[in-house]
Write a protein that binds this ligand. Structure first.
Ligand code: TXA
Ligand code: MG
Length: 343
């Protein structure tokens, strides 16, 4: 398949640059586009055949449901008949932005969008190009992260081109993603809302608006033998570079890793820890220990970089499991296939 690439510029109105991509979506094609979290691979969420093409292009397991993206709150009613009062409050506080909420799926919404589940995930992105594209397309847009299934989510256009060139109709290349990790996924199916995937809208932020929220245990540990996944995305090894990733928790990371570093073995750690390691050691630095925003913005970029630079083993210093740090921890523990060393 020939892939058309549109590189966005500030010199022209977004609408003019995105008209072709919006037409492609309306005609059932696939378009990758930037959002504030990670790049998404879009299709008309109400067109079953278009939705199925996403699974084929990504090599995505057929049982892993997609998120539908909208630009105006009222569009949520094209996907669900009923919106929980708590969800309305959260939409007011955090939409547009990196929060996905799960509702009961309307019967006329293709089951393929939700991989057969009777629920549907909805998000309103804040990125101007994503908003313009969805609005021009005039339909909710299904969009998983625009990577080949299993690979780290793409935080810049270059990574989307690497994974999807020749597999989709169009790639819209914009700026690098500011948030850098995927949206928080929140479910209302039980009595207490549950975070199925932590993200930049943190547990603490959600609780300020609606009171107690539970974090699903699979956010930080693997599912138990025989346990059914509340969110199918929990089941899969995810976000993984080719390199063997090992997550290291507890105090003394620099001391632990110092003797292990060489041409094939690298460390990924905070700025403060990197300063304790010999100069010229192979080290990938997330950000300062206290700068969670930048840890999130850099984690996927670093996971891709380590393969490019030929490392086969990487020890990662675990971030704090609070705030956005929890979301970064969640991505790393999956990249590590739950291999964790506690010092
Ligand atoms: O930030 C994001 O959410 C990005 C951008 C492109 O918007 N999208 C994204 O999509 O991360 P994806 O497909 O890579 O991740 C969607 C996650 C998966 O873990 C999936 O299992 C879960 O959301 N999910 C989707 N629909 C669900 C549903 N009905 N019930 C439970 N989990 C669901
Ligand atoms: Mg993904």
């Amino acid at each position: 398949m020939e892939t058309h690439v549109t590189t966005l510029t500030d010199r022209l109105p977004l609408e003019a640059q995105l008209r072709r991509a919006a037409n492609t979506l309306r005609q059932g094609g696939l378009v990758a586009f930037p959002t504030e979290t990670v790049y998404g691979l879009g299709a008309n969420a109400l067109d079953k055949m278009a939705v199925l093409k996403i699974f084929a292009a990504k090599g995505r397991p057929a049982d892993n449901p997609l998120i539908a993206h909208i630009t105006d709150f009222d569009e949520v009613y094209q996907l669900t008949e009923q919106v929980d009062e708590r969800a309305k409050k959260l939409a007011k506080a955090f939409w547009p932005g990196p929060l996905t909420m799960i509702f009961t799926r309307r019967k006329d919404v293709p089951a393929e969008l939700s991989a057969g589940m009777d629920t549907v995930a909805v998000r309103m992105p804040s990125h101007p190009a994503a908003r313009a594209l969805i609005s021009l397309a005039g339909v909710p847009v299904a969009a998983p992260s625009a990577n080949l299934s299993g690979r780290p989510s793409p935080t810049c256009g270059r990574y989307v081109l690497e994974d999807l060139m020749g597999r989709v109709d169009e790639i819209v290349v914009g700026d690098d993603c500011k948030v850098g990790i995927e949206s928080t996924v929140l479910s209302f199916s039980g009595k207490e809302p549950v975070i199925l995937r932590p993200g930049a809208v943190t547990k603490e932020m959600l609780e300020q608006v609606i009171g107690p929220v539970r974090l699903h245990h699979a956010a930080t540990e693997s599912l138990k033998e025989g346990e059914q996944a509340a969110s199918p995305g929990m089941k899969y090894k995810h976000y993984a570079p080719e390199a063997h990733v090992i997550l290291v928790e507890g105090k003394g990371f620099a001391r632990f890793v110092k003797e292990k570093l060489n041409e094939t073995t690298a460390a990924m750690c905070f700025e403060e820890t990197a300063e304790k390691l010999p100069k010229n050691s192979p080290v990938f630095v997330y950000a300062s220990h206290s700068d969670e925003q930048n840890q999130g913005a850099k984690v996927f970029t670093l996971l891709r970089d380590m393969d490019k630079r030929g490392f086969t083993t990487v020890y990662c210093e675990a971030p704090e499991k609070t705030g956005v740090g929890l979301a970064v921890y969640n991505r790393l523990v999956r990249a590590a296939g739950f291999e964790v060393i506690t010092l």
